[in-house]
Structure formats: structure tokens, C-alpha cells
Design a protein around this ligand. Structure first.
Ligand code: ALA
Length: 412
């Protein structure tokens, strides 16, 4: 019961060995941020110690080595997500940055040919993190487009027939999550993206909560834009990716203009570089890109299927134990392909519950999880969320369930 995934080297995640409030740490907040294995930190250190310098700007040896390492990281990540010759991969600071780039880039009135125009429609879903909702609210305001929201059923599931009813001749964009960060629901995004693409929409996938255990494969998806973050997939903070079809990325007006992204500039005008530089204005997070590529290699070395099976089993175990506790309701209990178990407990505020769990060394997230419309739609308030990674164990799930049972007794 206590075994981590066999391929996780002992000591590779030093932070997990610490004690918190006198108890051994059970880190169950991986949907917020995972820990990094030593291999990722070593890859970043090697850059900082030996090659640190700016990229695409210098003829000297260190700049050339840094540029090569940055572009090699791009190639590793492109392979990781199934990008082919018609795809491109752009580094961003994270998922939020990537999704803001897409929403801005499709709606900027200053663009030569803005995609979104008055009367057009943007469709997103009620399962979204605010990062895949608020940028679309602004894009709608900026362009005069209408924002439509696909709502889930009472169990928190999205359905293709519901989407089909929202799609129409004015639909220009459909944006959906690969997994809800608040409930753990994994929508049938392959089917939803295909329906939207068939209707002629640009398709956007927020893959932030999928990358650590179920990497969406661009070669098999009707996906124009996919966003993800390093820090949720065993990689560093402050780095992320916007990947997708080059023809779609070429339609984006750049969100950040300045150094490194122009072909030429005069006092009154400028001409953008080709992709990917066009969308990577400013000095990028080079160490972060190298660390993110190392994280992708770490995931592949551990085995995507084995990670998915492991975190899926931890989630199922947690759902079964938590749902058996009095007055506890687990959200989206039926979800598969998920590493998140989110629940509410009658008469108990999640912050109080989370504080008592913390006293036992158990780290969970409590609150609205930046998904207020979803929780409102489901008729629940803030939740307590446990989220699993490849280093978590079934013993930790038992500790979680025992800790929740104890907290309920104390708090009720
Ligand atoms: N988006 C992150 C989460 O769900 C921070 O916790």
C-alpha cells in the first residue's frame, strides 16, 4: 500500500522527506504545484553554472550554447506533445500567460486582420479555471463578440450534444479544459474539440491539469492552441508553453512587443519576426525552458501510462474513503483520467478542515480554486481538494481520510 511508483528514485524529491508540524509531509497539493525531481534541478543548474547568457543575440560561445540548449528544449517539448511539421511551440511564463496571448491575439483591434469581430461568438465552458474564462470575457468586450458558456450536467460532466447546440455560423473560438482543477472532471475534450473544429472555430485546450499524467497528443487532436505550465508537471515555475497549429498561431497579434520579436523597427512602425520569436518578446526564461524539457523527459522515463494508472488508483482510493465519511460529498466521483479528489463536508468550512489536516502534515488546497462559476453552477461553495502525483502513496490517502474523519469530529 505504501509504495510510490517504483521508478521514483528515493531521495529524488528531497522536499518530500521533511517533517511538518512534527509529522512526515503528505504533499497532496500537486494540482497547484508539483515538486521537481533532482534531474530537473540539475539540468537547470548546468545551464546556470556553465552556459548562462542571453539567447539569439550573441556571437560568443556562451550565447550560442544557451541558444542551442533553449532550442533543444523546444524540440524535446514539441515531441512530447506530438507536434508535427505543421505545429509550432512557443515558450510562455505559464498557462495563464499562454491563454491571455491567445485571447488577446484573436481579438486585438490593432491586428491586420483580427479574427474576432462584433457579433462573432466565443464558446467556453463552466468547467474552466478563471485563466480560461477571464481572457475570453475581455476578448469578447474588446471585439464585440458574444461569450457563450457550455454548462455541465448535475454531475459536473460536459456533453457533446450540449456543445452542438451552442455552435453556430458565428462561432469563432471554442476553449475547454482537459481536466477541471476544481472537481477533477475530465471532459471528453477530443470529441468537443472535433465538434468545434467541424463548425469552423479555432479550438483552445487548457492542458494545465493533464500534463503530469495524461499528455494530450497534438497529432491526434483538432486543436489549434494548447496551453500548459511547467510547475504542474514536475518542472520549474515561471515557464509554460503555447503549442498548436502554426497557421493558427500566425493569426495571433503578439501580446508582448519589444526585444527579440521584430524583423525590423523604425521610429513609427515595426515588422514582426516569424514564429516562434514573434510571440516570445523579451528575454525568455531559458533555465525554465531547459528544466521543463527535463521534466518532460522525467515523465517519459517514469512512463506516461504507469503514472496515469498510479494517480488514477490514488484518486479512486481517496474517493472511496472520503465518500464513506458522514456528510461528505465528493465532486465528480465518477471522473476517470484525473488526479484530483475535491469534496465538501456538511457544516465544516474547508479552511478549518485544511488547517487541521496541515497540523498532521497533510497539504491540501481549500477554497474556490479560481473556478467560482463552476462551483456556483454545481451549487456548492468552497471545497477541500487533494491532488496526487507519482510520488504519492496509498498510505498518504489513508492518512488523508483519517485526518478528514478526525477534523469532522473536532469541527462539528
Ligand atoms: N491553478 C492552480 C490550482 O488549481 C493554482 O491550484
Amino acid at each position: 500500500m505504501g509504495d510510490r511508483l517504483a521508478s521514483v528514485e528515493a531521495g529524488s524529491f528531497e522536499a518530500l522527506a521533511q517533517r511538518v508540524h512534527g509529522a512526515s509531509l503528505a504533499y497532496l497539493d500537486n494540482a497547484a504545484t508539483t515538486h521537481m525531481p533532482r534531474s530537473v534541478r540539475e539540468a537547470m543548474d548546468a545551464f546556470e553554472v556553465r552556459d548562462r547568457s542571453n539567447i539569439h543575440r550573441g556571437v560568443h560561445a556562451l550565447s550560442q550554447r544557451a541558444t542551442d540548449a533553449f532550442e533543444a528544449a523546444r524540440a524535446v517539448l514539441a515531441r512530447f506533445v506530438g507536434a508535427g511539421p505543421a505545429h509550432e511551440l512557443v515558450f510562455t511564463s505559464g498557462t495563464t500567460d499562454a491563454l491571455n496571448q491567445v485571447a488577446f491575439g484573436l481579438s486585438d483591434a490593432g491586428a491586420d486582420t483580427p479574427v474576432l469581430r462584433p457579433g462573432d461568438e466565443i464558446v467556453t465552458t463552466a468547467l474552466e479555471h478563471h485563466a480560461n474564462l477571464l481572457p475570453w470575457q475581455l476578448a469578447a468586450r474588446r471585439s464585440g463578440a458574444r461569450l457563450l458558456v457550455l454548462r455541465p450536467d448535475a454531475q459536473g460532466r460536459l456533453h457533446g450534444d450540449g456543445l452542438a447546440r451552442l455552435l453556430g455560423p458565428r462561432t469563432r473560438v471554442f476553449a475547454v479544459t482537459a481536466c477541471s482543477n476544481a472537481t477533477g472532471e475530465r471532459p471528453p475534450y477530443e470529441e468537443l474539440l472535433a465538434l468545434a473544429a467541424e463548425a469552423g472555430a479555432f479550438t483552445v485546450l487548457d492542458a494545465a491539469q493533464a500534463m503530469a499524467h495524461e499528455v494530450p497528443d497534438l497529432s491526434r487532436l483538432d486543436c489549434d492552441f494548447m496551453a500548459f505550465s511547467g510547475h504542474k508537471m514536475y518542472g520549474p515555475m515561471g515557464i509554460g508553453v503555447l503549442a498548436g497549429r502554426r497557421a493558427a498561431l500566425e493569426r495571433l497579434a503578439p501580446l508582448r512587443v519589444g526585444g527579440g520579436m521584430v524583423e525590423w523597427a523604425s521610429e513609427i512602425d515595426a515588422g514582426w519576426s516569424d514564429l516562434p520569436a514573434r510571440l516570445e518578446g523579451g528575454t525568455p526564461n531559458v533555465a525554465g525552458a531547459i528544466g521543463l524539457a527535463a521534466a518532460a523527459s522525467f515523465i517519459d522515463a517514469a512512463g506516461r501510462d504507469r503514472i496515469a494508472a498510479h494517480v488514477g488508483a490514488l484518486r479512486a482510493h481517496a474517493v472511496q474513503r472520503l465518500a464513506a465519511l458522514p456528510g461528505v460529498t465528493v465532486l465528480s466521483p465518477q471522473a476517470s483520467g484525473s488526479a484530483i479528489a475535491s469534496f465538501v463536508a456538511d457544516g465544516v468550512h474547508p479552511h478549518d478542515l485544511g488547517t487541521l489536516l496541515d497540523e498532521r502534515g497533510i497539504a491540501v488546497r481549500t477554497g474556490h480554486h479560481c473556478a467560482q462559476p463552476l462551483l456556483a453552477c454545481l451549487g456548492v461553495g468552497p471545497t477541500t481538494r487533494a491532488s496526487f502525483a507519482l510520488y504519492n502513496t496509498h498510505d498518504e490517502v489513508e492518512r488523508l481520510a483519517d485526518g478528514v474523519a478526525h477534523a469532522l469530529e473536532v469541527l462539528r
